[in-house]
Design a protein around this ligand. Structure first.
Ligand SMILES: Cc1cc2nc3c(=O)[nH]c(=O)nc-3n(C[C@H](O)[C@H](O)[C@H](O)COP(=O)(O)OP(=O)(O)OC[C@H]3O[C@@H](n4cnc5c(N)ncnc54)[C@H](O)[C@@H]3O)c2cc1C
Ligand code: FES
Length: 262
């Protein structure tokens, strides 16, 4: 959560990148707060964070790591860029935006070895229409259905990993030798597919429906409006397994199989 001078509430932004002691954000100017941020030449920005839980990484070798698929819409790409750079096995990015000029970071994903499938609503680049169509066609064609449910995942027998599953804040973490480790309690076979989703709510809803129909597991990052960012105002509640959870504190990343369709 970033404190923006002259604006009452902090604004939530995902970490786009973090290296050499510098944290970067990638955001779209949509209102007063982001406009002020974009016009700041220099100065102090106060940040409250990291907050909530992020995408987990698995403690596996490159060969054992599941096939990764990201579906992102619009500025949702900011939330998955850092993840994509950390995943050991690069996968496929499905990325949709309104027009060509709204597509961001394609060169960055290409550079780190991701296969990219793009769509724009006006057809100015890639497929014309919503990216959910491309993702659905891929889900059916690649036959992930049945290949990714219980067979592709097994409970982690290692007590230490179980402890991790309860513990971590969920922020992207790396082990001592640079081996990413997971904060969740499942590990995956190399031919299973793990999905990561971030974007506008209608896109998330459509992707979750496709994922659930095809037994694709993974994670979704929700972009609810936020006021406090620390679980006090209850303004960002979502239903997870039928129970109200706070997106800021318990999320914003949730397991796809646990989330009730929004
Ligand atoms: C966990 C999280 C991570 C986010 N990460 C990014 C990011 O990396 N890059 C990025 O560009 N945006 C991101 N957003 C959205 C971003 O927080 C809003 O666009 C921003 O707060 C708008 O502030 P503003 O003062 O410019 O606009 P306002 O004047 O407050 O609002 C302008 C418009 O933006 C909408 N809006 C305001 N707050 C939010 C919100 N929290 N979520 C969705 N829509 C909102 C309003 O409904 C309105 O239509 C994220 C949101 C969340 C919850
Ligand atoms: S933003 Fe206040 S509880 Fe989540």
């Amino acid at each position: 959560m970033l404190t923006v001078p002259g604006v009452f509430l902090r604004r939530p932004l995902s970490v786009y990148d973090a290296k050499n002691g510098i944290i970067s954000f990638l955001y779209k100017v949509v209102g007063k707060g982001t406009k002020i941020l974009s016009e700041m030449k220099s100065g102090e920005i106060k940040i409250l964070g990291p907050l909530g839980s992020g995408y987990p990484l698995t403690p596996l070798s490159k060969l054992q790591t599941p096939n990764s698929v990201i579906v992102a819409g619009g500025t949702g790409i900011a939330s998955v860029h850092f993840l994509a750079s950390k995943l050991r096995r690069k996968g496929t990015l499905f990325y949709g935006a309104k027009t060509k000029k709204d597509l961001l970071c394609l060169d960055k994903f290409k550079k780190i070895g991701w296969k990219i499938i793009v769509s724009t609503e006006d057809g100015s680049k890639g497929h014309k229409g919503f990216i959910t169509k491309q993702f659905e066609e891929w889900s059916v064609k690649s036959g992930v259905n049945g290949n990714n449910g219980d067979a592709g995942m097994r409970r982690c027998a290692d007590a230490k990993q179980r402890q991790n599953s309860r513990g971590g804040t969920g922020w992207l973490k790396e082990g001592k030798e640079g081996m990413p480790f997971s904060v969740n309690s499942t590990i995956h076979s190399s031919n299973s597919t793990l999905l990561y989703v971030c974007g506008p709510t209608p896109m998330i809803k459509a992707v979750l429906e496709i994922a659930k129909e095809n037994n694709i597991n993974g994670y979704v990052s929700l972009e609810e409006k936020m006021a406090c960012g620390i679980g006090n105002c209850q303004g960002c509640a979502v239903k997870i397994n039928g129970v109200n959870k706070m997106t800021c504190k318990d999320g914003p990343v949730f397991k796809i199989e646990e989330i009730d369709l929004i």
